[in-house]
Write a protein that binds this ligand. Structure first.
Ligand code: ADP
Ligand code: MG
Length: 698
């Protein structure tokens, strides 16, 4: 067998060092095999040759076989074009070039037989084909009689004459090498059971399919393999973890938990909160390390579950820490938690980037000695060298990007890995959950605390500001508070800041009796906190902010969320923002303000928001509208490699299918030692090595 993977691409005839470096820079292609894995993005049917006589005005593409009988230059200067009179004996068409005239004249010869392919148009009652694809009959490619592949190319590639047709030629010479099979990447069992093509066949037919059915089977085989290794990777990893690490056993529910439950709990737990706490308790007592994802829509009360889980750790003599993605959120968790635990004699500390000097030292000291029971902080907590005396539990809040690799880094902190609870309000569609968090057990809070009224969402045009302000004024008069949110301020986006500042002035004018506070990403943390505090305490009635408040902020008295330039936000972001209201017993409103002219996608997004409060429905719709590549986190986490052909949305059924197969294999071979699976484990090891993050873990 022969190894295309070890052959430098510059040695492929027609490539050479210059093109090789372009291929490497533009497509990350280094070897023969890399190039073979650059799949076509579309195919056009070339199976039929038409007669000129048969042409009519309705054909999108046509293929003809015949000869050029005359060249003619028409027009002057920049308007000049080249016309070749082409015939197959049944009629004439004009082949036309508006540029590259000299090149065409040199390349194409009179009276030689050519296969011509292109898009016909009718002009002066004569058919013409502009910039046709032309092949001499003697060097017809494999594809000329079937589906013709089209390849993505960049401008730089085109400048090196590496257009789609050139790529096709390179592929053709590569595919010829496949007469010798490439090493198979799936076991005979899997191939047979799923009636898959061999890898060699698939790599041939993906480029040069004889017909649509062959193409479908080649695609299926390659998608299968991709998704299978994604799943095998994550399941293998979860099993390894269970074998390698034992978890701390939290065997008892003690005084702290019980004391809190009977004397400090401000309300009844919802049924869903109780159920989830039970699931967590079971994990913590099992002797295995807990790795659990807690999903619950915004406002479903995850913080309380987190808090009570931390108390279980404390009851068993361990410390707990809770990490949030932003300082604002960490602050808020700190406030909530220390408030709820008041009078229980526990030491809760906050550690963020802005806590420095002596205070920081004192906290770090307390963590080392074990005097600090609960640490709440931003991710600075894990990036800095923080040493705990006995860290038993880590809670990660609202961190969609916290994939397998990052979680693993956490354990470096202690000899035995602490239990891990990841919490998210951004509902993760099933397919994504299987890849991103495929190694985690999942708990769901599917019930909101009682007495919540569903938020009413309204779409409003910019121009109707006056009446909008009037209704908002009424809410404020009743004692409610209001958010106005503007698109995010980034370094380069001066416009956003201008929008926010203008909006701020505007709002101050419209509500002269109100205190208006302001938060954006370019403020100093202390300044931000002071403004947040004004709002949280009720001293300010209106908060004007950018999306820094997107996740987690909790001010139950706020009942109106106005989202300015709503067209500039994605669906899950809109949903998160909306979740900032509707946290108390009052009827809450979300107002989406947009311009009058809306694009198709924006209209859909707004419609969905107005129609439903269901986070899962919104997440699915989001995935469909944007595609998974766009969603945060898919790139870094869970994937041992980037998907080249499979699509998490369109191929979700296949994903579930291969997950089952991978599950079966890992269950039957938990230590990865069965000889019949050797091929799989070796392949996986290789894939992980190629991807840095995974290399670090495995
Ligand atoms: P999220 O799940 O979005 O993090 P929070 O934990 O911030 O939600 O909770 C939202 C609000 O609901 C908070 O004000 C919290 O005090 C309140 N809450 C949580 N659990 C209950 C409950 N069982 N009954 C009543 N209110 C609750
Ligand atoms: Mg929260």
């Amino acid at each position: 067998m022969f190894d295309l993977d070890s052959r430098d691409i510059k040695f492929l005839p027609g490539v050479g060092p210059q093109r090789a470096s372009v291929l490497q820079q533009e497509l990350d292609v280094r070897t023969f095999l890399d190039l073979l894995y650059c799949f076509p993005y579309k195919y056009v049917d070339r199976s039929r040759i038409y007669l000129i006589r048969e042409m009519d005005g309705s054909m999108p593409f046509i293929q003809l076989k015949g000869r050029i009988v005359r060249f003619e230059k028409v027009g002057e200067g920049r308007g000049q074009r080249l016309v070749a009179h082409f015939t197959d004996g049944t009629g004439f068409v004009d082949l036309v070039w508006f540029n590259g005239i000299k090149y065409a004249l040199e390349k194409y010869k009179l009276q030689q037989e050519y296969m011509v392919f292109g898009k016909p148009a009718l002009f002066n009652r004569r058919f013409n084909i502009a910039h046709p694809d032309i092949d001499a009959i003697q060097d017809l490619r494999l594809s000329s009689m079937g589906l013709r592949p089209y390849y993505n190319t960049t401008d730089r590639m085109k400048r090196m004459q590496l257009n789609s047709a050139a790529m096709e030629k390179l592929m053709a010479s590569l595919v010829k090498l496949l007469k010798e099979p490439v090493p198979e990447t799936l076991t005979p069992d899997i191939l047979e059971e799923n009636r898959l093509m061999s890898l060699t066949e698939a790599l041939t037919y993906i480029h040069f399919p004889a017909n649509a059915e062959t193409l479908r089977r080649a695609q299926y085989r390659l998608k299968f393999e991709e998704l299978f290794y994604v799943q095998l990777n994550i399941l293998r990893y979860a099993t390894d973890r269970q074998h390698k690490y034992r978890g701390y056993v939290f065997s008892r529910v003690g005084d702290i938990f019980n004391g809190f439950y009977s004397h400090h709990l401000p309300f009844q737990l919802t049924g869903a909160q109780k159920r989830v706490l039970k699931e967590i308790r079971k994990d913590l007592g099992s002797g295995r390390q807990m790795n659990r994802l807690l999903q619950g829509d915004v406002g479903s009360g995850k913080t309380l579950v987190a808090l009570m889980t931390m108390l279980m750790a404390l009851d068993n003599g361990f410390q707990a820490c809770m990490m949030a993605p932003t300082e604002i959120l960490a602050n808020q968790h700190y406030d909530t938690v220390s408030h709820m635990l008041q009078g229980m004699g526990l030491r809760v500390e906050l550690l963020t980037g802005s806590i420095k000097g002596k205070r920081r030292e004192a906290i770090l000291q307390g963590l080392r000695t074990g005097e600090v029971h609960i640490l709440i902080g931003t991710h600075a907590v894990i990036e800095d060298p923080v040493t705990f005396s006995s860290l038993g539990l880590v809670i990660i809040d609202e961190q969609h990007r916290f994939g397998v690799a990052q979680r693993a880094r956490l354990w470096g902190k202690s000899e035995r890995p602490p239990h891990v609870l990841v919490m998210t309000a951004t509902p993760i569609p099933r397919t994504l959950a299987m890849t991103l968090y495929g190694d985690l057990d999942v708990s769901v809070i599917d019930e909101l605390p009682p007495g919540r009224k569903p938020i009413v969402t309204i779409h409003q045009f910019d121009s109707h500001r006056v009446s909008m302000y009037r209704s908002i004024g009424k809410q404020i008069a009743e004692g409610r508070q209001v958010y106005f949110v503007y698109p995010l301020i980034k370094e380069s986006e001066k416009i956003d800041l201008k929008n926010l500042e203008e909006g701020y002035l505007n709002i101050c004018q419209a509500f002269p009796d109100c205190t208006v506070c302001k938060v954006h990403g370019k403020m100093k943390p202390a300044e931000k906190d002071a403004q947040m505090q004004l709002f949280a305490s009720g001293q300010a009635q209106i908060m004007v902010a950018t999306t820094v408040i997107e996740v987690g902020v909790n001010v139950p008295n706020a009942s109106v969320m106005v989202i300015e330039n709503a067209e500039r936000f994605g669906l899950s972001q809109l949903h998160q923002l909306r979740g900032r209201v509707g946290r108390g017993a009052d009827q809450s409103f979300c107002i989406l303000v947009t311009g009058y002219k809306l694009g198709e996608d924006t209209r859909k997004r707004i419609e969905i928001m107005v129609r439903t409060n269901d986070g899962f429905e919104i997440a699915e719709a989001d995935l469909k509208l944007r595609g998974p590549g766009d969603l945060e986190g898919t790139q870094q986490s869970g994937m041992p490699f980037d998907l080249k052909i499979a699509d998490l949305v369109r191929d979700s059924q296949l994903l579930q299918h291969v997950r089952q197969i991978a599950q079966r294999i890992v269950a039957a071979d938990p230590t990865g030692s069965l000889p019949e699976n050797r091929l799989l484990w070796e392949r996986l090891k290789k894939l992980r090595k190629e991807k840095e993050d995974w290399g670090a873990i495995s």
